[in-house]
Ligand binder design. Structure first.
Ligand code: ATP
Ligand code: MG
Length: 451
């Protein structure tokens, strides 16, 4: 996590990391099983989870990447509360429309409040007070805040919880053409964000649902266990994985047009095999929805009277869009995309710790293990130092389960030669190297600035 130059060092002793050998019976999907087994989360009520220290590090890292990419695309961070006044939702008409997913609360004065499932009303109310002229537009803001939706069937752990962490952003523009530029900017930002996390997320044309509006895309991570069915042009997958992503408005417009010229369909929108163009290859996979973008024009600004003066001096409702990323769901999506029979396999870019230092040489290994842990941390690695007085087998099983990209193994048989065994979790490859060389190898693999 590139939050400071120095890495973060944690000792297993005194760290709340309750790993489990067996999968709890009620966990159906692999990410849920592994998050419980690796001691990342614990359920406190249906669809509501406590994030234990390791899980929280993974969540914060995703949040950090999402935040940096929003900032890089010129979107400004703010923070809105979790509790909202029902009055605003009555103005927009959604207090009735949203239905049972909305958690309604009464305060001691009997005022109707709610736990926010999304923030269009709050943003619109702020805009109508703060924005009066087209000269103040466009505006693009985001926040990263907990949401509550009383899902009828919370399941798959944090994949579909009731309380979950979302990045939601909002754009305000003077007209449709300008709103389209905002929309395209977010589309590009999302592709950059998911790629940086090591995921391939495909923009799929979507229904607009209760948020309403005209134009909408979902971003679906290709996986084996997603909730939706996908049918995607092979060329699109390749483009999303490898293309250069522009950050300038003019370039973005052309680039988005090219991206959206490819076919990507989900669920009801999937076409019969016979209707697909014969000259193109399609892949069929499950998809996990990790993001969703909408352009909805004046759906909220018209009823809530968020108007600005145009160049002609006449007031008109602002054109708005909203843009979500499921930050806590992304942690699960990363695990769905990266695991094997022994546990999680984190990519370097999104690992909660880059390296585990495993001392299996008992007392004799302590000095070297202490020293290597400190050296790696000083060089910028996030280090989990398994200093427990436990059997080697247990330490190996835990390290594989938790999925640290590197394992640095200090064993009695290499101590005299001042050598260390390095294991790369992804392919289980091992090498025995002189201490300095092993350290250099781990340090060289650390994600760079902004990565
Ligand atoms: P879904 O169809 O999965 O219910 P949605 O269309 O209701 O999603 P949005 O309102 O667009 O979702 O929310 C933005 C993002 O928040 C989604 O793309 C998803 O990643 C995440 N999200 C939505 N609901 C949940 C939930 N119950 N638990 C975890 N993340 C969620
Ligand atoms: Mg939903």
């Amino acid at each position: 996590m590139a939050i400071s130059d120095k890495g973060h060092l944690v000792r297993a002793t005194g760290y709340l990391l309750p790993t489990m050998k067996e999968s709890p019976a009620d966990a159906q999907v692999i990410s849920h099983q592994l998050m419980l087994r690796a001691g990342m989360i614990r359920q406190t009520s249906a669809g509501i989870y406590a994030w234990l220290p390791l899980g929280l590090r993974a969540l914060r890292l995703v949040e950090h990447v999402v935040r940096e990419e929003q900032d890089r695309f010129g979107i400004h961070e703010m923070l809105m509360p979790t509790i909202q006044s029902a009055d605003l939702w009555m103005e927009s008409g959604r207090y009735e429309d949203y239905g049972q997913e909305l958690l309604r609360i009464n305060d001691r004065h009997g005022h109707d409040m709610l736990y926010g499932p999304t923030n269009e009303e709050v943003v619109t109310a702020i805009a109508r007070q703060a924005v009066h002229s087209y000269k103040q537009l466009p505006l693009r803001v985001y926040h990263i805040q907990w949401k509550f939706r009383d899902e009828i069937r919370p399941r798959f752990g944090v994949m579909r919880g009731r309380e979950f962490l979302m990045k939601d952003a909002y754009s305000l523009d003077i007209d449709e053409a300008s709103a389209r530029r905002s929309y395209n900017r977010f589309l590009a930002c999302y592709i950059a964000t998911f790629r940086r996390l090591g995921l391939t997320a495909i923009p799929v044309r979507a229904e607009t649902g209760p948020i309403g509006g005209d134009l909408s895309h979902e971003f679906a991570v290709l996986a084996e266990t997603g909730e939706s069915t996908l049918q995607v042009e092979q060329d699109l997958v390749r483009t999303i994985q490898t293309c250069e992503i522009p950050t300038d408005d003019d370039d973005i417009a052309e680039w988005v047009e090219d991206i959206l010229s490819h076919q990507a369909n989900s669920d009801d929108m999937c076409q019969p095999e016979a209707d697909l163009p014969k000259d193109k290859t399609f892949i069929h996979r499950r998809g996990i929805e990790v993001g969703h973008i909408f352009y909805f024009g004046d759906k909220y600004s018209a009823p809530m009277k968020a108007e600005v003066q145009g160049p002609d001096g006449k007031p008109r409702p602002v054109h708005m869009g909203s843009y979500g990323i499921g930050v806590s769901r992304l942690v699960a999506a990363l695990i769905e995309a990266g695991h094997d029979a022994r546990g999680i396999v984190w990519p370097m870019a999104s690992a909660p710790f880059h390296v585990a230092v495993l001392n299996i040489a008992g007392e004799k290994g302590v000095a070297l293990a202490d020293q290597i842990s400190t050296t790696l941390t000083d060089a910028g690695a996030d280090v989990y130092y398994d200093d427990r007085r436990e059997r080697a087998g247990l330490k190996f099983a835990d390290a594989d389960l938790i999925g640290f990209p590197w394992q640095v193994i200090i064993s009695a048989r290499h101590l005299t030669a001042d050598q260390i065994e390095l294991k790369w979790r992804a392919d289980d490859s091992r090498q025995v190297l002189p201490r300095a060389q092993a350290i250099a190898k781990v340090v060289a693999s650390l994600p760079g600035e902004g990565g």
